[in-house]
Design a protein around this ligand. Structure first.
Ligand SMILES: [Zn+2]
Length: 264
């Protein structure tokens, strides 16, 4: 497989319109945000035929991206169960849209949990249990699940590893911008070296190391020359989504150009 570039749909805009724009911009795939309000499973399923028709016409494929706030590690058991049921709706929608790779986030609801080892472990163990159940559910549709690292200094690489090490079939979804906030370029490099071939998908965007700004590549402090070097070292040749939320089409195209140039 050769490296492919894509964009993520916004949950507050019409998905069909965004697929057309992504094609016009020359992206290889679309990462569909299965997230309310506009990416709600019911809405996506209602537009299924149009979406599948367009993708076929354009020769594009899809990856699925669920809401970052899915609280699958919740310490409130009723809420954790409710999130699992909601996540199953996301998996159903992904299946109907022909998605074979779907992400969830290593989300936690309160910073306070991360301060006390006992609660931190409880959140992580809950995440493991929830993901295990969801992986079992997704298996019937031949959908592979992956877990994305979040922009937190309190969830370090070893914490993320605690979760994915307990779930052998789970893909690792590296968000470079998030890893940079967690621990700078050292964390980004360690992330890539630690997980290597297990990295199933990558998100790129830039920031100042403090806030999850989702800027264009080169507009923040991330050394993308180094990122590309590390990814090339592990022979990464899968998918990269440009999660650049500011600067419109121009910022997206400039970002892609920069990564393409570095890759060569
Ligand atoms: Zn991301």
């Amino acid at each position: 497989m050769a490296l492919k570039f894509g964009v993520l749909t916004s949950p507050v805009e019409d998905v069909v319109k965004q697929i057309k724009v992504a094609k016009e911009m020359g992206f290889d795939f679309i990462e569909i945000g299965i997230e309310p309000p506009m990416g709600d499973p019911e809405i996506l399923i209602a537009k299924k035929d149009t979406i599948l028709g367009l993708l076929k016409e354009y020769g594009m494929f899809t990856i699925g991206h669920t809401a970052w706030f899915c609280d699958l590690g919740s310490l409130v058991e009723d809420l954790r169960r409710a999130w699992i049921e909601e996540a199953k709706n996301y998996i159903d929608a992904a299946h109907k849209l022909g998605i074979k790779l779907l992400n969830f986030h290593a989300h936690y609801a309160s910073e306070a949990y991360m301060e006390i080892d006992k609660y931190k472990k409880q959140v992580f163990d809950n995440l493991v249990d929830s993901m295990e159940e969801l992986m079992g559910y997704a298996k019937q549709f031949d959908i592979k699940l992956m877990l994305e690292n979040i922009p937190s200094k309190k969830m370090q690489l070893n914490d993320f590893r605690y979760i994915v090490d307990r779930l052998p079939g789970l893909g690792v979804h590296l968000d470079v911008g998030h890893a940079f906030i967690t621990g700078g370029m050292e964390c980004v490099s360690r992330f890539i070296r630690t997980f290597g071939e297990r990295i199933a998908h990558v998100h790129v965007h830039d920031n100042n190391g403090e806030e999850d700004q989702h800027l264009g590549i080169g507009k923040g402090k991330i050394n993308y020359e180094k990122v590309v070097e590390e990814l090339r070292k592990i022979g990464y040749d899968k998918t990269i989504t440009f999660e650049v939320f500011f600067g419109g089409k121009k910022a997206l195209l400039e970002s892609r150009k920069k990564i393409e140039k570095l890759w060569k």
